[in-house]
Design a protein around this ligand. Structure first.
Ligand SMILES: C[S@@+](CC[C@H](N)C(=O)[O-])C[C@H]1O[C@@H](n2cnc3c(N)ncnc32)[C@H](O)[C@@H]1O
Length: 284
């Protein structure tokens, strides 16, 4: 048992292979505290440490008003070279053993599909036995290129596409103009070719009231089986662009657990809500 005093004066107790909880008791007596605690969160070190994201592209073709990344026109982060990526993966392997090695690596940015050597990067990661998640805006023609087809058909590659609504107006409110139909076309192509795909929606006041329609469209019109969401992070970009939202993770948990969303719950397994449900362990 590790006990750490927090700034608030309370104590965080971490019981190895069991979970964590916070109370005011420095002793953190396992028998009396952790097992009688009403709410203990499971802490799976191995799953936390097994998530690796590689920022493969500092460039982006998007102009999302809420984007928390460097201003699109003048990004200050440099692109990683192919060798940098290779060295990083070798480094991950050198500091882990079989138990802690990542199972999956996420390619992130910027826009990962802008990389000219994306096929080489995917080959390298797949050859080393990992699955790959590509976080993409889903707008680029490369998705329907001949060279991409073998990756689309590979079940170890997952495409995570950002889509904020079921109409052009909703999606493009804060994201890039004139992209909605390109994305829909690419999603239909991906689904039609059996790709592993999920859609991710940033939920703000503008699309919150349409959540059920959005999920209906994703599931039944597009045939997508997995959905993820995030609430808006309020940062420089959102303040500068006067984007405000009162929707928080709590609002979303309250909304999405209503019975009327039942038919979509099977799409939620990658959401923060599902992560939270998985990690809460309630005595008795
Ligand atoms: C920065 S993008 C990079 C990957 C890819 N270019 C894309 O558009 O999905 C990753 C995700 O961050 C989300 N995002 C950007 N700014 C955000 C903000 N202020 N709050 C919450 N999510 C944000 C985007 O909607 C997107 O789903």
């Amino acid at each position: 048992m590790y006990s750490i005093k927090l700034d608030t004066g309370k104590i965080l107790h971490i019981a190895e292979n069991y979970g964590w909880y916070i109370d005011g008791n420095l002793a953190g007596d396992e028998d009396n505290s952790i097992y009688s605690s009403k709410l203990v969160r499971e802490l799976d070190w191995y799953s936390y440490l097994r998530n690796y994201n590689i920022y493969v592209s500092a460039n982006c073709n998007g102009k999302c008003l809420y984007c928390y990344q460097d201003a699109q026109e003048k990004r200050t982060i440099e692109n990683l070279s192919f060798d940098d990526i290779k060295n990083y993966i070798n480094y991950i392997e050198s500091i882990n053993d079989a138990r802690t090695l990542p199972k999956s690596i996420e390619l992130f940015g910027g826009e990962p599909l802008l990389r000219k050597d994306i096929h080489k990067i995917l080959d390298y990661i797949l050859d080393r036995g990992y699955s790959v998640k590509i976080a993409t805006n889903g707008t680029l023609p490369i998705i329907q290129s001949k060279a991409m087809l073998k990756y689309i058909k590979n079940s170890n590659i997952h495409f995570r596409i950002s889509l904020d609504g079921h109409t052009q107006e909703l999606h493009e409110k804060y994201r890039t103009k004139n992209t909605f139909y390109k994305i829909i076309d690419n999603i239909k192509y991906l689904v039609g070719n059996g790709a592993e795909i999920s859609l991710k929606t940033i939920v703000t006041n503008h699309n919150f009231k349409y959540l059920k329609d959005i999920l209906h469209y994703f599931k039944y019109d597009l045939g997508v089986k997995l959905w993820n969401y995030n609430a808006l992070y309020v940062l420089d970009s959102t303040i500068k662009n006067n984007i405000e939202s009162t929707i928080t993770h709590y609002t979303l948990v309250e909304e999405l657990t209503k019975d009327e969303y039942k038919e979509y719950w099977d799409m939620f397994i990658q959401t923060p809500l599902a992560q939270m449900l998985k990690s809460i362990y309630v005595k008795k």
